[in-house]
Design a protein around this ligand. Structure first.
Ligand SMILES: *Cc1c(COP(=O)(O)O)cnc(C)c1O
Length: 423
């Protein structure tokens, strides 16, 4: 479900014609629907009903301040993976007591920042990180709330680059070693054990890996209880998939039902860290066709967005539906489908948004919508080829708001300097 719909063959975001936004802000730009974001967050969160739970949005999926603020007004927390994401979340008004800090490589400075900010807990991923946190907490005369991320060795059946819960992945602590780490943490002066966490991967389209992981975590929590270690939070991470093409991911309600069942007999609060499922199809990337080109073997549609704007096709071979902003229904258009590659201006063959795709006839100047780009879209963008990053726009009802200005040439070089010896 989303709010990007055609009215008289023209694509709208809620009640705003997308072509009008393009006229005002230029292209390319990311466009988000606040109604879709709200609907997805609420659907997910409410699926868990009365079960004590917390929905901590995975900031890395889409980290614009306005969007973080929107989720926090809906009662959401944040799952962060860096000091930068902590800074953003606090600036956006997220309650620190609803912030969870994940990631394998937190620096000492980042640990300190999280600690003094009063976040809910650190998901610690190694024994050395625990030692470092104890040291930082002692220096600050604070107690660090921790949960350990365990690696349950469950196959999430997703793309290899985004699978995180297999024994061979860099994430978490193997279950067999984790018990020892908990016992060690229990005896530390400045550490307070809060929970157990795991996150097995992203874009999962089946429920069974989640329930399998949850089951393993549950058994582990029972084992900790025999040592007198009581767990208040069970953090199952994120990872619920979405439909990009023909995937059939479970509905959040189905997912919640399965988890609630598995939670029976546990006293703890369930923590969820959804990213993609909340924002993916609440955002699209709008670009304009610069040129079209026919060669002996290919039709190319060259647009003004590129792999620096949306990395997913190049990085994972990901599929994003492509739609015209203005649907051409004239006689000439009927039956004029073509097989084409949609490519950007970047000097890499890997710079494409779609390959060998059946598309309506796009012409120079046409606007194109790259669908389901809200998750890992703008947040993965870069300045490669010295391309200023795209603008971000949020629609609410019949209004649109630029929530991140398009970068310009000045911002590109703002932090660079030429040393004296070159002057
Ligand atoms: C990336 C990540 C998430 C979010 O994953 P999605 O697939 O976007 O839901 C949640 N938790 C952790 C620890 C992550 O690294």
């Amino acid at each position: 479900m989303h709010h990007f719909i055609y009215k008289d063959n023209e694509l709208y975001c809620e009640s705003v014609a997308i072509a009008d936004i393009a006229k005002a802000v230029g292209t390319p730009f990311y466009l988000y629907s606040s109604a879709t974001l709200t609907h997805h967050f609420n659907t997910f969160d409410k699926s868990f009903g009365e079960l004590p739970h917390m929905t901590c949005f995975a900031v890395k999926a889409c980290s614009n301040l306005a969007i973080l603020r929107l989720f926090s007004t809906l009662g959401g927390g944040a799952d962060i993976v860096s000091g930068g994401e902590l800074y953003r979340s606090l600036k956006a008004g997220v309650d620190p007591r609803r912030i969870i800090y994940s990631g394998v490589g937190k620096t000492e400075e980042e640990l300190r920042y999280g600690l003094v900010s009063g976040i809910l807990m650190f998901n610690v991923e190694s024994e050395q990180e625990l030692e470092k946190l104890q040291k930082v907490a002692r220096e600050q005369e604070l107690v660090a709330p921790v949960s350990f991320r365990i690696n349950p060795d469950v196959d999430p059946k997703t793309h290899a680059y985004i699978s995180t819960g297999l024994a061979k992945n860099k994430f978490g602590i193997p279950v067999e070693q984790a018990e020892k780490v908990y016992l060690r943490a229990r005896d530390m002066s400045h550490i307070k054990i809060m929970g157990v966490s795991c996150h097995i991967g992203s874009q999962l389209t089946e429920i069974s890996p989640f329930t399998e992981a949850l089951h393993k975590v549950k058994l582990f929590i029972k084992r900790l209880e025999t040592h007198g270690i009581i767990i208040d939070y069970l953090d199952l991470g994120g990872g619920l998939g979405v439909r990009y093409q023909d995937e059939k991911p479970p509905h959040p309600q189905e997912y919640a039902r399965a988890l609630k069942k598995e939670m029976a007999g546990l006293e703890c609060t369930l923590v969820l860290e959804p990213g993609r499922v909340i924002v993916s199809n609440a955002g699209i990337l709008i670009s304009q066709v610069l040129y079209t080109k026919k060669t002996e073997t290919k039709n190319f549609i060259i647009v003004d967005a590129a792999m620096n704007d949306l990395a997913r096709p190049s990085l994972y071979g990901a599929h994003h539906d492509i739609l015209p902003v203005i649907r051409n229904t004239g006689k000439a258009a009927a039956g004029s489908l073509q097989i084409a590659d949609v490519v950007g201006p970047i000097c890499e063959t890997g710079d494409f948004l779609a390959r060998d795709r059946e598309l309506p006839a796009f012409e120079q100047g046409d606007l194109m919508a790259v669908m389901s780009s809200g998750a890992y879209g703008f947040t993965m963008s870069s300045n490669y080829n010295s391309r200023p990053r795209a603008a971000e726009v949020l629609v609410k009802d019949d209004q649109f708001y630029v929530i991140r200005a398009r970068e310009n040439y000045e911002t590109l070089i703002r932090d660079e300097s030429i040393p004296d010896f070159l002057e």
